[in-house]
Design a protein around this ligand. Structure first.
Ligand SMILES: Cc1cc2nc3c(=O)[nH]c(=O)nc-3n(C[C@H](O)[C@H](O)[C@H](O)COP(=O)(O)OP(=O)(O)OC[C@H]3O[C@@H](n4cnc5c(N)ncnc54)[C@H](O)[C@@H]3O)c2cc1C
Length: 330
C-alpha cells in the first residue's frame, strides 16, 4: 500500500494534497497498490470530511491534542506507529517545509531510503526508479532504493498535476476511517513554536493560482511591473517573477519562481520578458499552457512555450490586456 501523509491547516487540506494524491493514484495503478491517507492533528473532523471526497481507499486518523501544534518528534512517533502496523511499501508526502522537516528524520529512525523532491518515477519490472533534480535542477538523477520497503518520498510541487486524476476516482465517498491511538506521553518536543505568520492572501498566492503572469528583467524597471499586474488582474491571475526582479527588489522574494523560488503548475503561465534560464524553467515547466512574450526569437523560453509572441513586450502586453478586458465585457 501507499501511505500518503496529508498536510492541512487544521480546517482545510493544503493545496499540495491534490498533487500528492495524483502521484499516489498513478503509482497505485502501476503497482496495484491501495492508497491510504494519514491525517495527523487535533480536531481533524473537517479535514477528514474533506478527504473523504478524494481518491483514497482508507483514511487513518491520529487525532490528539498533543498534535495541535506541529512537532517533528510527535509526528515521527505517530508515523512510526502507523508504519509498523500498516507496513506500507511507499510513504509519500509533499516536498514542503514540513515534509522536508520530518521525512529525513523518519528515514533515519526507520533506516529506510528517502527520495526527496521526486518529479517522476518509472516502473521497471517490479522495481521502481525515482527521478529527482540535482545541481539546481541542471541535471535529473534517477534513483533506485536498495533497502527493503518502505521507501520514503517527498513530491515536488508541480510534478504531478492535481487535475490529472479525478477528485474521487475508483474509491467511493464514505470510505473507511480508522482512528489510531498513539501514546504521546514521554515524547517531548525539542523546540517550541513561538508564533506563526501567514503570507497575506492574494499577494503572491502562486501555489494554487490557475493563471500566473510572470515578469522578468525585460521589464527594465520596477514601475513597468504595473503592466504585469494589469494583465494578471484582467485574467484573474497571480503575479510571479524571475530572480533578477526579486534581487533588484522590484518585488518581494515570495514572488520568485524557479529553483531557488517557488515551483508552480498553473493552467496558464505567461512569461513576459523572461529568457528561460534553466533555474527559472524548473519552477514553471510543469504548467499546462505556457505563453512566452519575448523580443528575442532565440530565447530558451520558446523551447518550453506552447505559444510564443516574438515582439516588444511594451507593445504586446497593453494590447493583450485591453483585448481580454474587452472580451470579458461582451
Ligand atoms: C544558484 C542559482 C539559482 C537561481 N535561481 C533562480 C530562480 O529561482 N528563478 C529564476 O528566475 N532565476 C534563477 N536564477 C537566475 C537564472 O540563472 C537567470 O539569471 C534568470 O532566470 C534570468 O532572469 P530573466 O529571464 O528575467 O532575465 P534575462 O535572462 O536577462 O532575460 C530577459 C529577457 O527579456 C527579453 N526582453 C528584453 N527586453 C524586452 C522587450 N522590450 N520585449 C520583450 N522581451 C524583452 C530579453 O530578450 C531576454 O530574453 C538562479 C541562478 C543561480 C546561479
Amino acid at each position: 500500500m501507499i501511505l500518503v501523509v496529508i498536510e492541512h491547516t487544521g480546517s482545510a487540506l493544503k493545496s499540495s494534497t491534490g498533487e500528492l494524491l495524483a502521484f499516489a493514484a498513478r503509482l497505485g495503478q502501476d503497482f496495484g497498490m491501495p492508497i491510504v491517507a494519514a491525517i495527523l492533528g487535533s480536531e481533524t473532523t473537517r479535514v477528514v470530511e474533506e478527504l473523504q471526497a478524494r481518491n483514497v481507499d482508507r483514511i487513518l486518523v491520529v487525532d490528539d491534542p498533543a498534535l495541535a501544534e506541529y512537532s517533528p518528534e510527535k509526528y515521527l512517533h505517530a508515523l512510526k506507529t502507523i508504519i509498523e502496523t500498516q507496513k506500507p511499501s511507499i510513504v509519500a508526502t509533499a516536498h514542503s517545509a514540513r515534509g522536508m522537516d520530518f521525512m529525513p528524520r523518519l528515514s533515519v529512525v526507520l533506516r529506510k531510503p528517502l527520495v526527496s523532491g521526486c518529479v517522476d518515477y518509472e516502473r521497471i519490472g517490479d522495481r521502481i526508479v525515482f527521478t529527482r533534480p540535482i545541481f539546481n535542477a541542471k541535471l535529473n538523477m534517477k534513483l533506485e532504493p536498495r533497502e527493503a520497503t518502505p521507501y520514503l518520498v517527498t513530491i515536488m510541487p508541480g510534478a504531478f498535476p492535481a487535475d490529472s486524476v479525478p477528485a474521487s476516482g475508483t474509491s467511493e465517498t464514505g470510505k473507511a476511517i480508522e482512528s489510531i491511538k498513539v501514546n504521546f506521553s514521554g515524547v517531548s518536543s525539542r523546540r517550541r513554536v513561538i508564533g506563526q505568520t501567514e503570507t497575506s492572501a492574494g499577494k503572491a498566492d502562486l501555489s494554487s493560482a490557475a493563471v500566473i503572469v510572470s515578469g522578468g528583467r525585460g521589464l527594465k524597471q520596477k514601475e513597468n511591473f504595473s503592466l504585469i499586474f494589469d494583465l494578471a488582474k484582467a485574467l484573474n491571475g497571480a503575479v510571479g517573477a524571475s530572480r533578477p526582479v526579486v534581487d533588484a527588489e522590484w518585488l518581494p522574494r515570495e514572488y520568485q519562481i524557479g529553483s531557488s523560488g517557488q515551483t508552480v503548475a498553473p493552467k496558464l503561465y505567461i512569461a513576459v520578458g523572461i529568457s528561460g534560464a534553466i533555474q527559472h524553467l524548473v519552477g514553471m515547466s510543469g504548467s499546462r499552457c505556457i505563453v512566452a512574450i519575448n523580443k528575442d526569437p532565440e530565447a530558451p523560453i520558446f523551447k518550453v512555450a506552447h505559444y510564443g509572441i516574438v515582439d516588444d513586450l511594451f507593445k504586446v502586453v497593453p494590447v493583450l490586456t485591453k483585448l481580454i478586458i474587452d472580451l470579458k465585457a461582451k
